[in-house]
Design a protein around this ligand. Structure first.
Ligand SMILES: O=C(O)c1ccccc1N[C@@H]1O[C@H](COP(=O)(O)O)[C@@H](O)[C@H]1O
Length: 220
């Protein structure tokens, strides 16, 4: 079985891009959401994206974006994928995909079994599905809260599109998450930070190596 692929989300500094590339991650996430401590301007994101080596896919994370915001980002930042992390309905996911010609990953928040129905709907319109923890009521951020959901809810579940697991992953728990769910891709933000919005290279390295070792663990 191939290595588990890792996305490190919320990079804000050039050294973060270097650390993510050196650790062997597959995706680098850039957050365009002003309420987030990981928010980057379009100009800063462009510099970060241009620094990424070939083979490191740049993912732009947006929350219920307008066409105007997406037009600006896509014109300036060389992205490989758009991550929709708001309440975008399936029609909007399809529209964004068609308008920009880039793969779209749709995040779906999970807290209980009933939330899984949404995954079936979005897998019909998105290129990838991000299975994330549902944010607590009243949270400022729709993701990036460092909270996990009960992975038993999706143990053994498969979808027709590639999917990623997110929410409260850390270097300590990622191997268990992979073993329990059988996921082939994982996404982390706050679990590799020393403070909100400040990534730590040693944690990034630890997370990527723990995720890659995890593929050797027999799936439950
Ligand atoms: O990271 C953020 O600040 C963020 C803001 C708005 C929407 C999503 C965000 N992050 C995404 O959420 C998942 C889970 O984060 P965490 O590991 O639990 O902190 C993360 O992988 C990002 O894709």
């Amino acid at each position: 079985m191939a290595d588990v692929r890792v996305k490190i989300c919320g990079l804000t500094r050039p050294e973060d891009v270097d650390a993510v590339a050196e650790a062997g991650a597959s995706y680098a996430g850039l957050v365009f959401f002003p309420k987030s401590p990981r928010h980057v301007t379009v100009a800063a994101a462009r510099d970060l994206a241009l620094r990424a080596p070939v083979g490191l896919a740049k993912v732009g994370l947006v929350v219920n974006p307008s066409d105007a915001l997406l037009d600006e980002i896509i014109a300036q930042v060389p992205l490989d994928m758009i991550q929709l992390h708001g309440t975008e309905p399936p029609e909007r996911v399809a529209e964004v995909r068609a308008r920009y010609g880039l793969p779209v990953m749709k995040a779906v928040g999970v807290a209980e079994a009933a939330d899984l129905d949404k995954l079936d709907v979005y897998q019909r319109v998105a290129d990838q599905i991000l299975v994330d923890a549902k944010p607590p009521k009243g949270a400022d951020l729709p993701g990036g809260n460092g909270l996990a959901f009960d992975w038993r809810l999706i143990a053994g579940r498969r979808w027709s599109r590639p999917w990623m697991l997110a929410g409260g992953l850390t270097p300590q728990n990622v191997a268990r998450a992979v073993a329990m769910t059988g996921v082939a891709q994982v996404d982390v933000s706050s679990g590799v930070e020393r403070a909100p919005g400040v990534k730590e290279a040693a944690l990034i390295r630890g997370f990527v190596s723990a995720a890659k070792v995890a593929e050797a663990v027999p799936r439950l």
